[in-house]
Design a protein around this ligand. Structure first.
Ligand code: HEM
Length: 369
């Protein structure tokens, strides 16, 4: 299919014809749901507690506020960001990718899930009555597979290693980090190696996060990113963390920082201007478009992670890009399949743990301890 190409600086308005479902998408969804269930079920049987099928381990649970910047250009003042100065509470959950709770020495990519609470705007039919907008991100600008079907292939591999000899995973991780450093030294970066445990052992709060896959942005299509901007936070970029004999060293690093400092991030948007070079059906392609700041998120100094917060957020909440206003509906293959897979994963843990999951309407129940 030929897609229209516009002048590079002009965002392309969304048209439903740009979304092209993959052949067998329903089978892919069933396969991914089953694989995630397999991982979560194995971990539940091992630990006596149901966790997320991926991103099971949280390293930071924060409360903050998102404030939309004033005077955004009209193309960027869309959806939630069409409310200059609009300010809403947010919950932030920092995680790493595996579905099992590994020693942090097995160093893997990091996730950041953001839930904005109390937002106005038309909802999708299945979210009628909710007031949340989630942005679910990882610390790389692209997803490791172009589409859902290919992702299913990698997930099957991952599911097969769940619970298999954590000691082996640790050894593998150390070896892979060495290989990753060599790959990066020769100008590359390998998502596969990082995913298996070759991620650099750096401070998770120094990361910049990305949605990698696109969402609607009012009339347009966008990818979003969250970047540290307050000086102390920005200084954590690439800062090594000592994880030797500290199975929960990442969490400890977040707690150490957050108990002493406030943290501020910029939420940035990249608008699609050309579907050929910025596809929405291939999440493995990095879009080449300017990042424009549209909001700030600020978290005051706080506990950073406690058992009580873990019960409230790890067990009591679910983050899903489909918790959204209609103006920010997710788009493209990867995003479409996430809708049912995330819902099934959340249902599984709610049932197993006997902890009902309802979208919050406020943070009145927020207690650090
Ligand atoms: C087809 C692609 C994907 C599948 C099947 C998938 C699957 C899942 C599942 C099952 C969960 C756990 C949900 C729950 O129990 O609440 C999850 C969580 C998560 N996923 Fe994905 N995912 C996909 C793509 C992505 C992408 C593109 C990103 C980010 C760029 C991402 C980032 C995350 C993060 C950060 C979490 C943890 C959310 C939290 O803190 O609750 N995933 N994913």
């Amino acid at each position: 299919m030929d897609f229209p190409t516009r002048h590079l600086q002009q965002p392309l308005p969304y048209d439903p014809s740009y979304e092209v479902p993959e052949d067998g998408e329903a089978d892919t969804i069933a396969g991914l749901t089953e694989a995630m269930h397999g991982i979560a079920d194995t971990v539940d049987k091992d630990t006596g507690h149901a966790h997320r099928g991926v991103h099971a381990k949280s390293h930071g649970i924060l409360r903050g506020a998102l404030r939309v910047l004033d005077n955004l250009p009209p193309d960027y003042a869309q959806g939630l960001f069409g409310h200059p100065g609009g300010t809403w509470p947010v919950v932030m959950r920092l995680s790493t990718t595996p579905g099992d709770l590994l020693d942090d020495k097995v160093s893997t990519p990091r996730g950041m899930a953001i839930k904005v609470i109390g937002v106005p705007g038309e909802r999708l039919p299945d979210g009628a009555g909710d007031v949340t907008q989630d942005f679910v991100m990882v610390n790389g600008p692209v997803f490791l597979a172009p589409n859902a079907r290919q992702f299913l292939g990698s997930v099957k591999l991952l599911a097969a290693t769940t619970d298999k000899a954590p000691g082996l995973k640790k050894a593998l991780s150390t070896a892979l980090r060495g290989v990753e450093q060599v790959v990066e030294a020769v100008g590359g970066e390998s998502a596969t190696l990082k995913g298996l445990g070759g991620h650099p052992e750096t401070h998770p709060l120094g990361e910049t996060f990305f949605t990698a896959a696109p969402i609607l942005y009012g009339r347009y299509m966008a990818k979003l990113s969250l970047a540290p901007v307050s000086p102390e936070l920005a200084a954590l970029k690439d800062r090594p963390v000592d994880l030797a004999h500290k199975p929960n060293g990442l969490r400890a690093a977040v707690v150490d920082f957050m108990t002493e400092h406030a943290a501020e991030w910029e939420l940035r948007v990249q608008l699609c201007t050309d579907l050929a070079s910025m596809p929405i059906e291939d999440a493995a392609v990095e879009w080449q478009a300017p990042w424009v700041a549209v909001a700030r998120i600020r978290a005051e100094a706080q506990a950073g992670w406690t058992h009580g917060l873990s019960v409230l957020v790890d067990d009591g909440m679910q983050f899903n890009p489909w918790h959204c206003v209609a103006a920010h509906r997710p788009i493209g293959s990867i995003m479409r399949v996430r809708r049912a897979v995330y819902a099934a994963s959340a249902r599984f843990r709610a049932e197993r743990n006997g902890a009902p999951l309802a979208e919050p309407r406020n943070l009145d129940h927020w207690r650090e301890h």
